[in-house]
Design a protein around this ligand. Sequence first.
Ligand code: A3P
Length: 333
Amino acid sequence: MQASQSPPPDHLRYLRDDDMPQAFQDLLSSLPLEEDWFPSLRLYQGFWFPSSLLSGIFNCQNHFQAYLSDILLVTNPKSGTTWLKAILFALLNRAKYSNSDSQGCHPLLTQNSHELVPYLEHKLYLEQENPDLSALASPRLLATHLPYSSLPQSVSDSKCKLVYLGRNPKDTFVSMWHFTNKLRPEGKGQIPIQECLNRFCRGVSPYGPYWDHVLGYHKASLEKPEKVLFVTYEQMKLDPRAHVRRLANFVGCPLNEEELRDETVEGVLRMCSFDNLSSLEVNKSGKLWNGLESKLFFRRGEVGDWVNYMSAEMGERIDGVVDEKLHGSGLKL
Ligand code: A3P
């Protein structure tokens, strides 16, 4: 942690990077730094990563071995990861919890989806240099925020599946601004949104530039549609039923005729709805492995909420930058 920044409180110890080995500290300090974003960010392989996660990123890049059957869920932070994790978990495990008795003990009722679908670089490879993941139930459902170009080699070489969830940049930005404010040490107050916006538009945000992150996966989804599925938060909101079917087909657990007729899809959507998940005790008062409160991952869960925090001018500024970067890609967000 840089001397000019106060260290995060103990319950956010995962944001600290001062107890890493010296060699790693040296490497870390050679990377360009953005201190003003909390937690601080370092530029590595063309993207701004939270400094405290870099050891997890290196470990994961060096050691993760993808299996053909793996399903990797990828997002830019604040794009709806919590929701998609829940949906994919519920879909893959639906046979186990299909009747009313088993529904009552569904893991999503007592565990946050971030615990059920672990992050590679945030959790598994941050806690251990080379964790043994061979015992995880198959197909392994894992998550990452890593950009496409920074994925471990074995992921690129394998035929494992990647599901990417994109989100409108203005809503992603506002969601990220709120989240970042909640992570700031007590007494530091909110970061002025205009300051945050300036950085976002320069490409400086966790796992940013936002547009390069999205474009990497969008391009991959066009080149390798059997490997990468690109979906957006807005599409999911607009027609959740169709997208649950699409996700199920892509990850190799299609809904059968009976499931398409009965309440299966509605059951998954009900279980994973914002209202249901955010009202569960585990998500109201629970904490994640890293000390973060689960409730931080549930705010409004709506499309277009940016208008409540940014002027039209600020919105146009984000649109201008992002539209220019996305120009020619065929992608509109
Ligand atoms: P808002 O801040 O706009 O409300 P992530 O999970 O990637 O951190 O993204 C968090 C965003 O997803 C937050 O957006 C949060 O409210 C929203 N979200 C969380 N759970 C959701 C759900 N079940 N359905 C829809 N949106 C959800």
